[in-house]
Write a protein that binds this ligand. Structure first.
Ligand SMILES: *[C@@H]1O[C@H](CO)[C@@H](O)[C@H](O)[C@H]1NC(C)=O
Ligand SMILES: *[C@@H]1O[C@H](CO)[C@@H](O)[C@H](O)[C@H]1NC(C)=O
Ligand SMILES: *[C@@H]1O[C@H](CO)[C@@H](O)[C@H](O)[C@H]1NC(C)=O
Ligand SMILES: *[C@@H]1O[C@H](CO)[C@@H](O)[C@H](O)[C@H]1NC(C)=O
Ligand SMILES: *[C@@H]1O[C@H](CO)[C@@H](O)[C@H](O)[C@H]1NC(C)=O
Ligand SMILES: *[C@@H]1O[C@H](CO)[C@@H](O)[C@H](O)[C@H]1NC(C)=O
Ligand SMILES: *[C@@H]1O[C@H](CO)[C@@H](O)[C@H](O)[C@H]1NC(C)=O
Ligand SMILES: *[C@@H]1O[C@H](CO)[C@@H](O)[C@H](O)[C@H]1NC(C)=O
Ligand SMILES: *[C@@H]1O[C@H](CO)[C@@H](O)[C@H](O)[C@H]1NC(C)=O
Ligand SMILES: *[C@@H]1O[C@H](CO)[C@@H](O)[C@H](O)[C@H]1NC(C)=O
Ligand SMILES: *[C@@H]1O[C@H](CO)[C@@H](O)[C@H](O)[C@H]1NC(C)=O
Ligand SMILES: *[C@@H]1O[C@H](CO)[C@@H](O)[C@H](O)[C@H]1NC(C)=O
Length: 648
């Protein structure tokens, strides 16, 4: 300690310190082979937005201190490179294969391009290789990595077959190659320690290897979204540790649920949707798989009825997906015994009978879809007990009776679809007072009558309101024009009356407004031109009068405009012809006059148009409908019309 106080020694120490800082030669402690490999790696990086390598990877310092580099404790050799989620771009330098002590490599969630270098085959100590979520292309190198435990290459653009050598690494526990463009068959495998195998979202073909059934440690197996054919090997039933099984969206045939699946008593997730399995009744063996949390049998051609006691077998069930099959008979009454159900999706089947009362007894249910069945009967009020419900779809059934006012209890509901039933009576005002989270209200094609309550304006989150094809009457409540988030408003084909107020211009996000076939009258408000997002405006079959407002030319997104069958008069605004996206314009059955504008789609029949038919019409080669009859046009039909070869 005393020595330190000597000024000479202090001088020497500071000199040495300066020397270390400014030394022109790289840090002598750095292993030269590892150093040059790291510098080569750095030199292949073309973008380092967080300046990780640019600032800390300085050869004058020990590379063991560089960000993302770790070294072994005993000697300064690189054992780990952890450079994930840094937005790095560039290629992976082949020199990486010179890091002969490397055990851990994580370059995931970056923007690396190019091939995975074959030199990784030299990394005999590698245990973890994780380069998922990049933009790598080319094939997976056919290299033997004898100590590899985890290989994650998902979410890249890798092509070609899976090299068989990858499928015979005795130490491998986790393998994920999903979401690439891999082709060819799944190679024969020897992976005795594998727990996790994910090959989904590729273009793999051929059959599922039956040897998979020998990997008894497997608890996650995902092969969905490939082009696999043949039957599910019964050996899969030997995978008694399996928790997750995803085989959907392939072209598998044979039994959907082989009898051996009865042994999969730990299975929680079973997804078999969208395959070409043998049709017929749901195999009863599924009832033995009592740990199931999620069952997806959508789109498999199953028929017959579902066992009434189905729900009793699945105390843990949270998601049941049976949509797009041919199931018939009643909805099983004991579904409520699966009291953890969160999603019940059984749309597009042929279920008959009424909605079972017990369905009201699923306190955790958030999504209920029974659409496109043949459900009938009057009462659906029990559904008002589903206090967690967010999404309810009963569209296209044969339900009768009224919309239960008890639905007001569904305070979390965001979407209510009752389209295409035989519901009658008025829309209960209570719904509008309490369903404050409602974003979509679809009640079209029923027999609803009475006025629309002005309380509708209390549902400030409404985005889609479709009440078309009912018998609603009275005026449109003015509060509807205060729904600032409204995107879609379809009140067509009712008996609504009165004027369209200037406030219609408040619906700034509106893309579709269909008020056709009602009894609306008066002038079209100028503010209709204040809806910049409007794509479809359909006001046909009303009694609107006056002229077409010039302001409509502000509707820059407009694709369809139908003002036909009203009592509009005056000239057609010339500006209408300037619409960039307008593909369909129907102004027929009005009292419009003046010269014919140069339009795209044309239906202008039954007006009082005069002058000649413009020759330029023949240039609108996409025109497939042209209606000009019932006007006062003069002159010859231009021969250019003969060029409209699409005309129907
Ligand atoms: C390393 O030290 C030398 C000598 O001071 C210096 O010129 C050089 O810029 C340093 N290198 C880096 C990458 O900082
Ligand atoms: C590699 O990095 C990714 C992205 O940060 C991370 O999710 C993953 O767990 C890491 N892999 C390993 C084996 O640590
Ligand atoms: C490092 O790797 C490159 C490319 O893989 C190779 O050509 C070179 O011989 C290696 N250098 C050393 C020192 O091992
Ligand atoms: C399932 O495992 C048993 C015992 O290991 C074996 O005898 C049987 O052949 C296997 N079944 C299939 C279908 O592979
Ligand atoms: C599925 O296989 C059948 C015959 O087995 C074939 O006709 C069909 O085209 C295949 N479908 C797809 C999507 O590959
Ligand atoms: C399914 O369960 C039934 C009764 O619980 C039992 O008799 C049958 O052996 C089981 N099947 C399988 C394949 O385990
Ligand atoms: C199953 O549900 C029915 C009807 O909801 C009920 O009566 C019965 O007690 C339930 N059984 C069990 C075992 O939970
Ligand atoms: C709905 O809940 C009420 C009150 O909790 C209860 O009395 C009624 O029986 C329930 N109805 C159904 C169908 O579960
Ligand atoms: C609900 O709507 C009614 C009728 O438009 C209105 O009088 C009332 O103020 C609204 N309530 C709230 C909380 O917005
Ligand atoms: C408006 O509604 C009517 C009848 O409900 C329908 O025929 C028409 O296609 C709809 N218009 C648009 C643009 O969707
Ligand atoms: C016109 O609207 C009325 C309802 O106001 C409806 O009864 C009639 O069928 C509609 N006409 C056409 C052709 O759609
Ligand atoms: C029809 O189209 C051809 C080729 O586009 C053009 O040369 C010709 O003038 C057109 N005919 C008429 C009558 O406009």
């Amino acid at each position: 300690m005393k020595a330190l106080q000597s000024p000479v020694l202090e001088l020497i120490i500071s000199f040495l310190f300066i020397l270390e800082c400014v030394s022109a030669t790289p840090n002598p402690k750095n292993h030269p082979g590892d150093l040059s490999a790291l510098l080569a790696f750095k030199s292949h990086i073309t973008s380092d937005p967080h300046n990780i390598l640019t600032t800390t990877w300085n050869p004058n310092t020990s590379f063991c201190s560089w960000t993302g580099v770790s070294c072994s404790r005993r000697r300064p050799r690189v054992t780990g490179l952890q450079l994930d989620s840094l937005s790095l771009a560039g290629t992976i330098a082949p020199e990486i294969g010179n890091l002969s002590f490397l055990a851990f490599l994580n370059l995931s969630k970056n923007a690396f391009t190019g091939h995975i270098p074959n030199s990784i085959g030299s990394l005999r100590r590698l245990k973890v290789l994780s380069i998922f979520n990049n933009m790598l292309d080319g094939p997976i190198p056919a290299v033997h990595l004898p100590r590899l435990r985890s290989l994650s290459l998902f979410e890249n653009h890798l092509v070609g077959p899976i090299p068989p050598i990858i499928f015979s690494i005795p130490t491998l526990e986790k393998l994920s190659l999903s979401t690439n463009s891999l082709t060819g068959e799944i190679p024969a495998l020897y992976l005795p320690r594998l727990r996790f195998l994910r090959l989904s979202y590729n273009q793999l073909s051929g059959e599922i290897p039956k040897e998979l059934g020998e990997i008894v440690s497997l608890n996650f197996l995902s092969l969905h979204e490939n082009r696999l054919t043949g039957a599910i090997p019964s050996s899969i039933g030997n995978l008694t540790q399996l928790n997750h099984l995803y085989l959907g969206s392939n072209n598998l045939t044979g039994d959907a649920i082989p009898a051996s699946f009865g042994r999969l008593t730990k299975l929680q997730f079973l997804h078999l949707e969208g395959n070409a399995f043998q049709a017929g009744p749901m195999p009863r063996v599924i009832l033995n798989m009592s740990s199931l949390v999620e069952i997806n049998l959508n789109f498999l051609g199953f028929s017959g009825s579902i066992p009434t006691d189905f729900g009793l077998h699945f105390p843990f069930l949270q998601g049941l997906y049976l949509a797009r099959n041919d199931f018939s008979g009643p909805i099983p009454g004991f579904l409520s015994n699966a009291s953890n159900l969160v999603v019940l999706e059984i749309s597009r089947n042929m279920f008959t009978g009424s909605v079972p009362v017990s369905l009201g007894d699923l306190p955790l249910l958030q999504k209920l879809n029974l659409a496109y069945n043949r459900l009938s009967g009057g009462s659906i009020s029990m559904l008002s007990n589903l206090s967690s419900l967010i999404y309810l779809d009963l569209s296209y059934n044969e339900l009768s009776g009224t919309i239960p006012s008890e639905f007001k209890n569904l305070e979390k509901l965001q979407e209510l679809h009752l389209t295409g039933n035989r519901l009658e009576g008025s829309i209960p005002e209570e719904l509008f007072q309490s369903m404050i989270n409602l974003g979509t209200l679809s009640l079209d094609q029923n027999m609803l009558s009475g006025p629309i309550s002005s309380y509708v304006g209390n549902l400030t989150r409404l985005q889609k309101v479709t009440l078309a094809e009912n018998a609603l009457s009275s005026t449109i409540p003015s509060s509807i024009w205060g729904l600032a988030e409204l995107i879609l408003l379809d009140l067509s084909h009712n008996f609504l009356e009165g004027y369209l107020p200037a406030e219609v211009g408040n619906l700034k996000f509106s893309t579709l407004m269909n008020l056709s076939s009602n009894r609306l009258l008066g002038f079209l408000p100028i503010t209709l031109g204040h809806l910049p997002m409007l794509v479809n405006l359909d006001l046909h079959n009303n009694s609107f009068s006056g002229s077409i407002p010039q302001s409509l030319s502000n509707l820059i997104s407009l694709s369809l405009l139908d003002l036909s069958s009203n009592s509009l008069s005056g000239e057609i605004p010339k500006s209408l012809t300037d619409f960039q996206y307008l593909t369909s314009l129907n102004l027929s059955f009005n009292r419009l006059e003046g010269e014919l504008p140069r339009l795209r789609f044309l239906s202008l029949s039954y007006n009082q148009l005069s002058g000649e038919i413009p020759r330029e019409l023949g240039e609108i080669v996409s025109l497939n409908f042209l209606g000009l009859h019932g006007n006062r046009l003069t002159g010859a039909i231009p021969s250019s019309i003969g060029n409209l070869t699409q005309l129907k």
